[in-house]
Design a binder for this molecule. Structure first.
Ligand code: NAD
Ligand code: MG
Length: 361
């Protein structure tokens, strides 16, 4: 079943099409968005997707549009100045103009890079997100696009909304399990910060990662997107509630950073970060999540549930303070007063260190 969700931000509204096989509707969707025939379309994708699906995507568009493709190597390293420059070169060589269209066909890496290319090519041309990972339910919504600088991740970017998002869950069938789990951490995050009913549904309906297919997968993506979209609607540019999306990420980023990018998936790091945030919430607010057995729940999906042994609390704290969302001196932690009820709290070094030590015991 194809669903249509409206994504609304202050600057723009656009549709997200979700379902098994929705990619087949891409030509119709482009017509609805009034792209004229012979529009130049540049598909930006990575090598894995090129091999699996690019011929099919090209064939869908070949009759009506002038189609080009630019293929980047996979992985986080592709969000670089070099790859950004190479995309711009291709766009110029293919003669894309202000009426042309970029299709970001892939996971969050492709989405962030291609979105930033679109945001800046000739001061901004239109683009469409075609996500192919579960994590991309997060990255394809909200309009944050960026590349990395060697000094920091996502440091060079823009807020730039797409014309549409076309999310065909059939693509996710080839997704490796560890990537599925990584994206599922963000699904859980979205449930925990804003939607208790959805959280309870997850507990009932998703017993193992193998349940993440068909209607259940679609429901996870839909609910996750609804939470993300509602946060973005209130706060497109991260002045307030958008910070809630950082639940699990303050420590999660520190773990990724300390282990070195690629050593752990983003979702695995965020899973540990969420368990820490839940633990910290109990200490700070005197609430108890004991009945939820979060650790054993996370373990059933294969998430790590404790800090990797080699990591030192003092170094993690330093990294948490280096987080670009830190305010002078303290770390702003996103905590939960209850499932679905977020509270942002500034914690000082001493408190955080004590919590980290206790958490790692
Ligand atoms: P990714 O794009 O690197 O994809 C993960 C891996 O899966 C890659 O190797 C890719 O080739 C492969 N893959 C993708 N789709 C596949 C499919 N259908 N079948 C088989 N293999 C497939 O990573 P990701 O996890 O999707 O995204 C991570 C990125 O997203 C990070 O760079 C992160 O900063 C960014 N992100 C951005 C936002 C945002 O708001 N813009 C939010 C969250 C994350
Ligand atoms: Mg994240």
């Amino acid at each position: 079943m194809m669903e249509r969700i409206w994504i609304e931000t202050k600057t723009k509204q656009y549709p997200l099409f979700l379902g098994e096989g929705v990619i087949e509707s891409l030509p119709d969707i482009l017509r609805q968005l009034s792209f004229s025939e012979r529009t130049k379309v540049l598909i930006i994708t990575d090598q894995t997707l090129e091999r699996l699906y690019l011929p099919k995507l090209r064939a869908l568009l070949a009759d009506d549009y002038e189609v080009f493709a630019h293929v980047i190597p996979g992985g986080e390293e592709a969000k670089s100045f070099e790859q950004y420059y190479a995309c711009q070169t291709t766009a110029l060589q293919c003669g894309l103009d202000r009426k042309s269209l970029i299709l970001a066909f892939g996971g969050g890496v492709v989405g962030d890079l291609a979105g930033f290319v679109a945001a800046t090519y000739m001061r901004g041309i239109r683009y469409i997100q075609i996500p192919t990972t579960l994590l991309a339910h997060d990255s394809a919504v909200g309009g944050k696009v960026a590349i990395n600088h060697p000094i920091g991740k996502n440091m060079i970017g823009a807020f730039y909304q797409p014309e549409a998002v076309v999310y065909d869950i059939a693509f996710l069938r080839s997704l490796p399990e560890k990537e599925l789990r990584s994206g599922f951490a963000e699904v859980i995050k979205h449930a925990l910060i804003r939607d208790r009913d959805f959280y309870e549904w997850l507990r009932r309906e998703v017993r193992t990662l193998a349940d993440l297919k068909g209607e259940r997968l679609q429901y996870c993506i839909k609910k996750g997107i609804e939470v993300k979209a509602s946060v973005v609607r209130e706060d497109e540019k991260e002045a307030g509630v958008r910070a809630h999306l950082n639940f699990g990420h303050t420590l999660g980023h520190a773990i990724e950073n300390e282990l070195g990018y690629g050593a752990i998936t983003h979702g695995d790091a965020v899973a540990i970060g969420m368990l820490f945030a839940l633990f910290a919430s109990e200490r700070v607010y005197g609430v108890s999540f004991a009945g939820h057995h979060f650790s054993s729940w996370f373990r059933t999906y294969g998430f790590p549930v404790s800090l990797p042994q080699q990591l030192q609390a003092t170094r993690l704290l330093a990294k948490m303070k280096g987080d670009k969302k830190a305010r002078a001196g303290t770390v702003r932690m996103v905590l939960l007063k209850d499932i679905g009820a977020v509270e942002v709290m500034s914690l000082d070094d001493e408190t955080l260190l004590a919590l980290l030590y206790e958490f790692s015991r």
